[in-house]
Design a protein around this ligand. Structure first.
Ligand code: G1P
Length: 292
């Protein structure tokens, strides 16, 4: 069977962001900037670089800023043009979305990541789709989702981005039971959501980048509760193993968990250092702190 092209992405953005209060009291956590770009924009840019054309944001109450962010800001653009702020204008215009390329659905109740994805079932239809969790930011040569899309085009099956985590942190992530390893592709024999370190089948964890076949929706529809009494995406994915190819991709790049304060601060520094316009100045001032 020919491999269907990957054109759709689901962005679950309904979370409350309680770990970043009070910053997230009146602002979605996905609008928090790393340097000068909100987390949601990194996710969308990465997806577009992987060939994604259609987006579905799974939102909740208080998330309208995310939708506004991808709209055209006519007044702002007119003012910038009038004042000759060409570079700011070019930034806005380069990020403009195709009309009709973003749709939203609401997750009315916070029943977990699996439930959030199930809310996008009409958008997913019969097509393969990507999932990007905007909390996870990846600094890499090739955008992380592009690496996954390439692996999907090679295997025709499910692919999740994976990275090693310290053994005592397996209870924070979805963890792989590993089969054969070929290059950077790991055959997935099993998946467990947030296992206790003593029960973890490996230290290889899923990060917030997935390419999945639409069959996962039927498994999600069972609404079985898993870890934390939530409907877990990991559990639904686990049910596809053995029926459709399933691989973990040890991606090239560094992942930052921006849902965590230390991870978020680390991302600020790493992304600033990687920028030609900011890197030298940031490197310079960091010396003062690291020598202290
Ligand atoms: C979710 C997934 C988990 C995955 C993680 C990556 O967990 O359930 O399997 O490892 O994202 O960031 P959450 O961070 O929503 O608790």
């Amino acid at each position: 069977m020919p491999i269907k092209p990957l054109r759709k992405a689901v962005l679950p953005v309904a979370g409350l962001g309680t770990r970043f209060l009070p910053a997230t009291k009146a602002m979605p956590k996905e609008m928090l900037p790393v340097v000068d770009k909100p987390l949601i924009q990194y996710a969308v840019d990465e997806a577009r670089a992987a060939g994604i054309e259609q987006f579905c944001m799974v939102t909740g109450r208080g998330k309208t800023a995310l939708i506004d962010h991808f709209d055209i800001a006519f007044e702002l653009e007119a003012t910038l043009a009038e004042r000759g702020k060409q570079s700011a204008l070019a930034t806005l215009r380069s990020e403009a979305m195709e009309p009709g390329s973003i749709t939203t659905v609401r997750q009315q109740v916070p029943l977990g990541l699996g439930h959030a994805i199930w809310c996008a079932r009409a958008f997913i239809g019969d097509d393969p789709f990507a999932i990007l969790l905007p909390d996870d930011l990846v600094l890499s040569e090739t955008p992380c989702l592009k690496q996954l899309a390439d692996a999907y085009n090679q295997t025709g099956g499910n692919v999740v981005a994976v990275t090693e985590v310290p053994h005592d942190q397996t209870n924070r992530y979805g963890i792989l039971d590993i089969g054969e390893i070929v290059g950077n592709l790991v055959q997935v024999l099993g998946l467990v959501e947030k296992p206790d370190p003593k029960d973890a089948p490996s230290d290889l964890s899923i990060i917030g980048r997935y390419v999945l076949l639409p069959e996962v929706v039927a498994h999600l529809a069972r609404m079985d509760r898993g870890a934390g009494n939530e409907v877990q995406l990991t559990d639904a994915m686990a049910r596809m193993i053995g029926h459709t190819p399933f691989h973990g991709l040890k991606f090239e790049g560094r992942r930052f968990d921006c849902g965590d304060k230390v991870g978020f601060l680390e991302a600020q520094i790493a992304f600033a250092l990687a920028r030609p316009d900011l890197g030298p100045a940031v490197r310079e001032f960091l010396k003062a702190y690291t020598n202290a």
